[in-house]
Design a protein around this ligand. Sequence first.
Ligand code: ADP
Length: 844
Amino acid sequence: MDKMLDIVFNLGMLASMSILSGFIGADGERRGRKLLMQGALYGTASLLGMLHPLVLAPGLIFDGRSVMLSVCGFFFGPAAAALAACMALVLRVHQGGSGAVMGVSVIVSSALIGALFHRMHYSRSRRASARLLYLMGLLVHAAMVLLMLTLPEDQSMKSIRLLALPVMIAYPLTTLFIGRILSEFDAHRRMGESLKLSESNLRRSNEELAANLNKLMKREKELRFANAVLLTQQETSLDGILVVDGEGEIVSFNRRFTELWDIPDDIAASRDEKKVLKRATERLLHPADFLSKVNFLYQHPHEKSRDEIELTGGTVFDRYSAPMLGLAGEYYGRIWYFRDITESKRAEEEVRKHREHLEELVRERTNELEAAKEAAERANMAKSAFLANMSHEIRTPLNAILGFGTILERDLSLSETQADQVRTINQSGRHLLKLINDILDMSRIEAGRLALHNVPFCLQDLLDDLEAMFRVRAEEKGLSLSLERDAKLPGNVVGDEAKLRQVLVNMTGNAVKFTKQGEVTLRARMEAAAETGPRLVLEVEDTGPGIPPEELEHIFDAFRQSEAGREAGGTGLGLSISKRLVDLMGGELAVRSTLGEGSCFTASVPVEPSEETLSQPKTPPRRVAGVERNEAEGPLLIVDGVKENRDILKALLAPLGFALREAENGREALRLFEEERPCAVLMDMRMPVMDGYEATKRIKASEEGSSVPVIAVTASAFEDDVQNVLKSGADICIRKPLSPEDVYEALGKLLGIRFLYADEPRTADTEQEPPPSMEALAALPEELIKAMRRAVEDGDIDELHTLVDRVREMNREVAEGLQKLVRQYDYAALSSLLSDGDRESGSS
Ligand code: ADP
């Protein structure tokens, strides 16, 4: 009975400890603490078992410590097992006795095996199966049986024999029993925990669901809004919009689409794409084109397209189509836009027509302008031709005026008043000539016909000439004229000498003309600027009246003159021409002036220094008084269409003893040339019947004429014309109005004639040439001698020359003798000789 009570106590204590342990658990929060509590609980159970063992038979004790410690290790791991084992060990060591070693060993091995099983099976979340628990019980108690060998020798085999079987049967079953209780607890607890977990999971997913629902509702609201926007956009769009899906079935279209295509409500409501398409094609002008485009796009879903389609009745649509693609490029269908562009097309057409009209107008205007330009060019050419003709026409009489004027000026028999009048005539003539020349220059510059002739020339000579030209005039006015040349001024430069001279003459001429007292300074220097190259700077400064500021800005305009300028009798063209000439040379003409103090004109022109040596000594023009030696054979042939011009040349040349022949035009000149074999020809260029160019060419082309000098006489003011004249074969060209010096110089050069100058004494041989003998004179026709005598008595020098010319045809020697007397105005000798000759011839 006692044993039963011990069994109940022991098993009940073990079972209740296990149940208690089940309530504590070993996981969740504070797991470490729970494990320690489990260790303490199982340690206490072991102690209680050890203190109150169930004694089945002497030596057969059941205290349950091996079961407790192995179960504790199995369910709660090494830490809990170690704590429980420690408590049991303390008591067992304290109890002592012969089985102490075995008792300690049993405690340690039970705890170890339990912990090992925990490691191997239970901790891997495997449920503690009955098999596992039983296996562990068997192992623990097999070890216990083995440990019995550690008992004193006399006890060990006895104990084994007695205890091995009950231990191997009872203890594993007890372990299984206790383990099952704990396992059940564990299972319940785990289930509870997983329920709790699922509940919290459920709660969480519930919350998530609620949040998602909220989001969805918000999204739906947004979608509804977007849909409303889209619908409004579609419906208020000016374009007709049609959306079709991937199969070509209609998804949607807006009202504008039905309006544009005039689709009846029933067809629109049916959304039948075939009916819609049929309706649309009925209205098309080229339905086949339309359909082929539609088909093409269905076959090429990713293509976009834009074109214009024409409907019957003149309506035009702008058609645009684009695929509807997803983010990954998947094709959902296609959207079509149709816009009525009939009006804008019409406007475009209008604009096109307007533009064409405008272009036509522009073409017409351009043609008109071209015609006007051509007319203007023709007019300009006509102007140039007119000016050239006018110049010729004016120069011809002017030639006569100035020619005879010059001859008259030399006539010592004129009274003082007459001489004054002649000088006025000459001055006016020269002014008129300058005016004509200036106007011609101006018109040539404006017509762009003036070309630069850049050649090397001696700059120093040009400056010397200029100084010499104005020195006398300046001195006459009591002005001091100085020329300041920079030390670095080159001797020779390449440039257009004639134009530069014209500019300088104008500037210096003005300075001398307008300055009443003080000085005129002419400065010349070179300036080198990197970008413009070397420039010749010529400055003319005076202490004259100066120019008022308001006139200064127009000073280079044509015909601009101050009061002083008008009084001084200028043309008002000089500066304007100079400015244009300097511009033509690529230079600049500038002026600065202070009223009452003076003016300074500066011309700077690009020139290149030249290495050539050009300077040649110049002789001032001298007055020719007669011919010292004339070795030329034959008369001089004067060819001019105008009698006055021929007369001037005759007046210039006859007194010098030249035999003269006259022709009115080229043809007559050719005839006379054949007959008379002249030693030289003075040929006017412009003549009726045959002009001078042609006549010169023919003379020069003939055998006899090729070596005969031709002096061309031209009234043209243009340098280019001179070049043309020389091209015709003429040897020299001199210009009208003729200056006696030019004529003499040309003859001297071409015929080797030596002239006698007024300031030169006659050489001995001229002086010594004997007058014609009476005998020779008597051989002349009587009427000729009489005529000569009459001319001497009348003082008609012209007539005398003509008559001497006739004498020359009969007896050259007598004519020369007479000519000399005529030239010396030796009327006394002439009249005695002629009276004697008359007598001689009369007596014979
Ligand atoms: P012109 O001297 O024949 O009148 P220009 O064209 O040479 O013509 O000169 C135009 C005007 O410029 C002159 O009339 C004069 O009023 C003014 N002018 C030119 N040079 C000077 C100068 N050195 N001093 C004062 N005035 C001048």
